[in-house]
Design a protein around this ligand. Structure first.
Ligand SMILES: [Zn+2]
Length: 52
């Protein structure tokens, strides 16, 4: 677990869905201690497909 990244990137108290997607997008690259919820994982997977 990337403790430094987590300390620098707390999840906002009342995060919008877009904020949660952005948080998990950065989290997946920096850490990966837990998987994002299925709905968010699907969006991130779709972005990776589009980027190719
Ligand atoms: Zn983490």
């Amino acid at each position: 677990m990337n403790r430094e990244w987590h300390a620098a990137h707390p999840m906002p108290e009342r995060a919008t869905f877009e904020q949660r997607v952005a948080w998990h997008r950065e989290h997946a690259e920096a850490c990966g201690c837990r998987r994002p919820p299925a709905r968010i994982a699907a969006i991130l997977a779709g972005e990776q497909r589009d980027a190719r």
